[in-house]
Design a protein around this ligand. Structure first.
Ligand SMILES: Cc1cc2nc3c(=O)[nH]c(=O)nc-3n(C[C@H](O)[C@H](O)[C@H](O)COP(=O)(O)OP(=O)(O)OC[C@H]3O[C@@H](n4cnc5c(N)ncnc54)[C@H](O)[C@@H]3O)c2cc1C
Length: 429
């Protein structure tokens, strides 16, 4: 048994951990728990009494430099893919805000990036995958065992252990991004700017969630396109490290407010256009190793919801007002626009707006989040399973209405008895 936690450092549990070196090895082992990659999910979706880690399943299998199709094992990280393929002129089709996630984790959470509105989520670029359910290794795709494919992509490891996948990289000419940074003085302006710049491949907004009144929702939008010129240089190792947990009192509403004011005012012009390397553009937080220690030893959580486009401004304003009123500032508040969702049974994205908010865990937090849940449901939204640590069964089932079909697929393939996480038990799966 070993103590283990995920990125939010809450909860910390004891688990037995197995790290099979090959698929054949896993086929011979008794499985009764959950798959895990690099533990970058925030909550308890990759936690169980038994954890099957993919760290040794980290081999590239083949690459077709005509089509961009890459076949690799599930424990390969996005970082390794970038290091290997950027110098050859290829990039990830979709990437989350950290490169320290595995291919298995990216599929199980069906991760999204800053380009969802034009290029969908990670699994939209996956052509097929293999997974182990008990003593069988099964292939699935949109044509073969398609019910299992649509349940596994976004299925949070609950349909079996993903061993490998084939997916398509995208060609690039440069490792650099043409970036446009635009300031928005309030939420209205921010949403209008998202609309105005909807043809940009990449867009994301940072929101100052402590500002109120006429400044409610003031933000900085970052838009980007792959540059045509520049070298194909890969990223460097992080230079900084957070050596230990910071005392949690250092992050309070005054320090967060001071940070937000400074960050918003750092850029004096309303608009800046420049060229930046992909690393700071996509992965600003990866520059500091263990930055999650900033939240102290009690840990933190990320509350990420999506609400349909029609609920847009009204819904977002109501949530931002509730947060500002609670005075529980979020250090990081990131707004993105989602395009249409896909056919996966449990994938998070739906057409609309998604806001991700980091909160330090304290006595008052969960009652604020319960209040936000009511607003999210009022607008027919839902929460992202990969960030969650406290969602109720009712909140889950009302937001993810295809959960019944999901359970039926798990049962059909015999996965329901074997694969479970602390999260799946809490939300009634
Ligand atoms: C700084 C930061 C920024 C982030 N930004 C984004 C973002 O922009 N968009 C986004 O979508 N997500 C984002 N995330 C979340 C992250 O991308 C997902 O949680 C991702 O799934 C983590 O991958 P992992 O390899 O660490 O998986 P883990 O955290 O280990 O596991 C996550 C889930 O995948 C399952 N899983 C992992 N490997 C396997 C496998 N081989 N077989 C079956 N199931 C498996 C686990 O059971 C669990 O349910 C961010 C996280 C961080 C820390």
């Amino acid at each position: 048994m070993k103590k283990i936690t995920s990125w939010g450092k809450y909860p910390l549990i004891d688990a037995s951990i197995i790290s099979p070196a090959t698929s054949q090895h896993l086929l011979t082992l008794q499985q009764n728990g959950i798959g895990r990659g690099l533990g970058r999910s925030y909550g308890d979706s990759a936690l169980s009494e038994q954890i099957i880690q993919s760290e040794k399943l980290n081999r590239f299998i083949s690459f077709d430099d005509k089509s961009g199709l890459l076949h690799c094992e599930a424990g390969v990280s996005l970082e390794e893919i970038l290091k290997t393929f950027v110098p050859r002129g290829w990039f990830l089709p979709v990437t989350p805000g950290t490169k320290f996630v595995t291919v298995g984790g990216a599929i199980a959470s069906d991760v999204h990036g800053k380009n969802h509105h034009v290029e969908g989520s990670f699994s939209d670029h996956v052509t097929s995958l293999t997974l182990i359910i008990d003593d069988r290794e099964i292939s699935c795709s949109r044509d073969e065992n398609s019910d299992l494919f649509y349940a596994t992509c976004g299925g949070m490891g609950l349909t079996g252990f993903i061993t490998g996948a084939i997916f398509k990289l995208k060609p690039i000419k440069s490792a650099y991004i043409n970036q446009k940074v635009v300031k928005a003085k309030n939420l209205d302006t921010a949403l209008n700017l998202f609309e105005q710049y909807k043809d940009f491949t990449y867009s994301v907004g940072w929101i100052d969630c402590l500002s109120t009144g006429p400044n409610l929702g003031r933000s900085i939008l970052m838009l980007g396109e792959h540059a045509e010129n520049g070298t194909l240089t890969t990223h460097k190792e992080p230079l900084l490290n957070m050596p230990c947990n910071m005392p949690s009192f250092l992050l309070n509403r005054y320090t967060i407010q001071a940070f937000n004011v400074a960050y918003y005012n750092k850029q004096l012009k309303d608009e800046i256009n420049n060229i930046v390397h992909y690393d700071p553009f996509f992965y600003p937080l990866d520059g500091i190793n263990n930055w999650n220690r900033m939240y102290g030893s009690n840990g933190f959580t990320q509350y990420q919801f999506v609400i349909p486009q029609k609920a847009g401004k009204e819904g977002l304003a109501e949530i931002l007002e509730a947060i500002a009123e609670s005075k529980q500032g979020s250090f990081l508040a990131v707004l993105k626009v989602f395009g249409e969702g896909n056919q996966n049974l449990l994938s998070f994205p739906m057409e609309g707006y998604t806001l991700a908010l980091d909160f330090k865990i304290n006595d008052k937090l969960f009652s604020l989040l319960d209040r936000l849940d009511i607003i999210v449901r009022k607008y027919d939204g839902r929460l992202y399973l990969s960030k969650d640590v406290r969602m109720s069964e009712n909140m889950f089932k009302s937001g993810y209405t295809r959960w019944v079909e999901f359970q039926a697929v798990r049962k059909e393939y015999g996965a329901d008895e074997l694969y479970h996480s602390l999260q799946s038990k809490r939300i009634g799966l």
